[in-house]
Design a binder for this molecule. Structure first.
Ligand code: PXL
Length: 272
């Protein structure tokens, strides 16, 4: 069983963040380790507050894990502050020097769906300048793609140009997977190194159980890459995993509830 690492925020309602990522890894048969960047206060009704973890604690946790449990892949989610972005960038530079082929997926979490800022403005700048060049994949949604590139991303036809601009910020080896869940036809756009484009067909699923879909998708993508899938196959499998997790979720809470992260491992209702 391979070891993977998530660096992300803590959502006590288990819809998004670290605890959700660990369930996604388990669902893929991987052993998940984690480093918390920020403690959020939230439920299915939205994010109420967020408290960043001290940069020294972040640095020590990453160093301690890397020395003993070097990961076969890394997923990065909510970072919260510019200080955390710099610590994670320093860590990735160290990982890259020791194991250049370890896949790294960055979910550029900027805002919660309830509208709360999850990365400060200096952090957004640091993410562009320092993190994008160090990761293999970035998985923005439409709002994140617009904010990171400064380009309009409203309709399907906007995606190729904006994805190209984001790829150039990281370098031509960066794969961009722009998730189109809020488009009228919810397809994702994959831009591979070398400029090859592919649209991944999505389906509209009427559900309130969508809290943390981006976290689940990016963790599933990292899982599939670690399991040896080729880029397009990994992206398609991750999209199918997330869709099924939404489709089979049991409603929980009064707001946007969690996905059924463990669906591939679910037991029959009678527990047999
Ligand atoms: O879905 C974005 C997200 C990621 N990570 C954490 C979050 C949220 C949204 O609320 O709380 C920890």
């Amino acid at each position: 069983m391979k070891t993977v690492l998530t660096i992300a925020g803590y959502d006590p309602s288990s819809g998004a963040g670290i605890t959700a990522d660990l369930m996604v890894f388990a669902a893929h048969g991987l052993f998940g380790t984690s480093c918390i960047t920020s403690l959020t206060v939230q439920s299915t009704l939205g994010v109420v507050a967020s408290h960043p973890v001290a940069p020294d604690l972040l640095r020590d946790t990453l160093g301690c894990l890397f020395a003993d449990l070097p990961p076969a892949g890394i997923k990065i989610g909510m970072l919260g502050t510019a200080a955390s972005v710099h610590v994670v960038a320093d860590f990735l530079a160290q990982v890259r020097s020791k194991s250049p082929l370890t896949p790294v997926v960055l979910d550029p979490v900027l805002c919660s769906s309830s509208g709360r800022e999850l990365l400060d403005p200096a952090g957004v700048e640091a993410l562009r300048a320092r993190l994008l060049p160090l990761v293999d994949w970035v998985t923005p949604n439409l709002d994140e793609l617009a904010l990171l590139t400064g380009l309009p991303v409203k309709v399907r036809a906007d995606l190729p140009t904006a994805a190209g601009a984001l790829q150039r910020m990281g370098g031509l080896g960066l794969s961009v997977l722009a998730t189109g869940g809020h488009l009228e036809s919810p397809d994702d756009l994959l831009l591979l190194p070398g400029g090859q484009l592919a649209w991944l067909a999505g389906e509209l699923i009427a559900s309130n159980s969508t809290h943390g879909t981006g976290c689940a998708f990016s963790s599933a993508l990292l899982s599939r890459l670690v399991m040896g899938d080729a880029p397009l196959a990994a992206a398609v499998a991750a999209k199918e995993y997330a869709a099924e997790a939404i489709r089979t979720a049991v409603p929980r809470g009064g707001g946007r509830g969690p996905l059924n992260h463990l669906h591939p491992r679910s037991l029959p209702a009678d527990g047999s």
